[in-house]
Design a binder for this molecule. Structure first.
Ligand SMILES: NC(=O)c1ccc[n+]([C@@H]2O[C@H](COP(=O)([O-])OP(=O)(O)OC[C@H]3O[C@@H](n4cnc5c(N)ncnc54)[C@H](OP(=O)(O)O)[C@@H]3O)[C@@H](O)[C@H]2O)c1
Length: 342
């Protein structure tokens, strides 16, 4: 009897926020690995905000997923058949296996994961793409200096929590913004932020700005941009001369909805950048894979020593991935969102 696998396809493109109808669970025969390929049984699959952009058909830095195509994404799993030299059955690897229980993929480009050195989920979060993004964006484009003040939103997520913890270890004052009192408590108590403001507690950007100003008495030197929207509007007028804004993401706008309280015009944004001589750098982490080793060297020992706290949000079952992903886009996750597939 043919052994079957499951995968989730993009059934239709979302119009605004994705809904369960945009996804389809499919069953198909488990593929046989070709020459130079391995067959992987996926254990954990990453859910990341960037996947929302891949569901659209607008131009971006990466190709979009075709309708009826498999949802894309990074995963970690075990090799269960190998046709590739140097890759043995039983080894764990990380790669782009998509939203699926199995994948037959070329071995080139796969990263081996040693389950004895750290939980394999770390390869998708704190030691993987999101953690690396936080560290790279902060150190390369934030140019942090001891005594400065940093603000980051989505503070308890894998990017924001890495930014906050590394900045704190470098002697900065670190102020987080997160959704809800529980996440704010976590930012301070678990991740060591100096303060954290709950963005839901403010109806307007100006109200949020007032409390941010109190939390940042010396102004803001680095705003690590994860969200855009109301938070950006609150922060921008508080930026110090020669401040830096690494633009990592703008999740408040990913569903294409315009926020009610999003009052800064393009003209005002440019004016703030000009008058405060700000350095604003967009960056896409896939252009920096050559720095991954530097990240592991810098942050690996901190994680091993327990100096970097880790928070994961694991959903059980591939069939629950669409709901977990929909939740992620509106803050329903607490920590690195993943799906346990096996
Ligand atoms: N440039 C790159 O190469 C790159 C790579 C990886 C990630 N990113 C970006 O980095 C950002 C963080 O990613 P992550 O993986 O660490 O995600 P995450 O924090 O695990 O999840 C996203 C978080 O965004 C917050 N959020 C959603 N809507 C919001 C809104 N309207 N206003 C304020 N906050 C909102 C929610 O947190 P709260 O509940 O706390 O509000 C939600 O939990 C995303 O924008 C992502 O696209 C960029």
């Amino acid at each position: 009897m043919t052994e079957m696998m499951k995968q989730i396809a993009l059934a239709s493109r979302p119009n605004g926020a994705p809904t369960p109808e945009n996804f389809r669970l499919e069953e198909l025969p488990i593929p046989t690995p070709g020459e130079g390929e391995v067959l992987v049984r996926v254990h954990y699959m990453s859910l990341d905000p960037y996947m929302r952009g891949r569901m659209d058909d607008s131009k971006s830095y990466a190709a979009n997923i075709p309708v009826d195509g498999k949802m894309e994404g990074g995963s970690v799993g075990e090799i269960i058949a190998s046709n590739a030299d140097g890759f043995e059955v039983g080894e764990f690897v990380m790669g782009g296996f998509g939203w699926a229980t199995h994948a037959a993929v070329p071995a080139t480009g796969l990263a081996k994961v040693d389950p004895k050195t750290a939980p394999i989920t770390y390869s998708l979060g704190v030691m993987g793409m999101p953690g690396f993004t936080g560290w790279l964006g902060l150190t390369e484009f934030g140019r942090p200096k001891s005594g400065e003040t940093l603000v980051v939103a989505a503070a308890t997520g894998p990017v924001g929590s890495m930014v906050g913890q590394v900045a704190k270890s470098m002697g900065l004052r670190v102020v987080g913004i997160a959704g809800g009192p529980d996440k704010c408590k976590m930012a301070v108590e678990q991740f060591g932020f100096d303060e954290c403001l709950d963005h839901y507690a403010y109806d307007t950007a100006s109200a949020l700005r007032k409390d941010l100003k109190a939390a940042c008495p010396k102004g803001i030197d680095i705003y690590f941009e994860n969200v855009g929207g109301k938070v950006l509007e609150a922060v921008l007028p508080l930026m110090n001369l020669h401040g830096r804004i690494p633009i990592c993401g703008m999740i408040a706008w990913y569903n294409g909805t315009s926020e009610v309280d999003n009052g800064l015009s393009g003209q005002q944004i440019w004016r703030h950048i000009l008058v405060s001589s700000l350095s604003v750098n967009g960056f896409i982490i896939s252009n920096f894979w050559n720095r991954l080793g530097d990240f592991h060297k810098a942050v690996g020992p901190m994680i091993a020593k327990g100096d970097i706290a880790v928070q994961e949000d694991i959903t059980e079952g591939l069939e629950n991935a669409p709901d977990a992903f929909i939740k992620l886009l509106t803050g329903g996750n607490t920590g690195k969102a993943m799906v346990k597939v096996i």
